[in-house]
Write a protein that binds this ligand. Structure first.
Ligand code: PGA
Length: 252
């Protein structure tokens, strides 16, 4: 049985004080929840406040990105050992906003995943096609290519430190969620690609999240799909009450 994971990606939102406020509201509200893992990814500047606020709770903290070198003359960058030192358990890699706006490639995703493994952290590796790729029938090939490139160095045992997030670019921040059927079909493709490379037992154990306009109102139908093991939530993770109802998807 794969344990579900609900992850909030705050993107470039929230100060340290706002992060503390969020945890002050969320933690008592989810005290009895134990059906899923919960991860929150604040911006770098609020990582410390979030780690401190979440200490002793069931919420793990993730970064949103990292550099693949452990240190060096890379102005503006943050490394995996630094994230580990800050108390992060995960980092998101390959988010489509990084791919589209900041030059992230499958090759940099591969290096970042290796850096996370070396530092003892886990990766939430994002894949997903653009609208043009979907409309021209290339969605599956795009996602298979991103997986092959990003996971190129990984071994079967490393796979247990990876969560894959399928985020169709056309569904991110647009209010246009993939239907549960469309999402489930691509989750099946991802599991099949991983089975081909690592074996079917490994693929069965892999957690695959859906992301793209996940809200309290659509989480239950998405989570009802057997291949959807959780969600990567952007906008709707910023408000503690909204994130709480997503976390509580079986009994909203
Ligand atoms: P959204 O973002 O939920 O605001 O669509 C999801 C994401 O980019 O991870």
């Amino acid at each position: 049985m794969r344990r579900p994971v609900i992850t909030g990606n705050w993107k470039m939102f929230k100060t340290r004080a706002a992060a503390r406020e969020f945890f002050d509201a969320l933690l008592p509200a989810i005290a009895g929840v134990d059906h899923c893992d919960i991860v929150v990814a604040p911006p770098f500047t609020a990582l410390d406040a979030a780690v401190e606020a979440a200490r002793g709770s069931r919420v793990a903290v993730a970064a949103q990105d990292l550099h693949w070198e452990s240190e060096g003359a890379f102005t503006g960058e943050v490394s995996a050992p630094m994230l580990a030192d800050a108390g992060c358990a995960y980092s998101i890699v390959g988010h489509s906003e990084r791919r589209q706006l900041f030059g992230e490639t499958d090759e940099t995703v591969r290096r970042k995943i290796r850096a996370l493994m070396d530092a003892g952290l886990s990766a939430i590796a994002c894949v997903g096609e653009t609208l043009e790729e979907r409309e021209s029938g290339e969605a599956e090939a795009t996602v298979r290519g991103q997986l092959a490139g990003g996971l190129a160095e990984l071994t079967g045992s490393g796979l247990s430190h990876i969560i894959v997030a399928y985020e169709p670019v056309w569904a991110i921040g647009t209010g246009r969620t993939a239907t549960p059927d469309v999402a489930a079909a691509m989750h099946g493709v991802i599991r099949d690609a991983v089975a081909g490379r690592f074996g079917s037992a490994e693929a069965e154990a892999l957690r695959i999240l859906y992301g793209g306009s996940v809200k309290p109102g659509n989480i239950a139908e998405l989570m009802a799909q057997p291949d959807i093991d959780g969600a990567l939530v952007g906008g709707a993770s910023l408000d503690a009450a909204s994130f709480e109802s997503i976390v509580r998807y079986p009994a909203p």
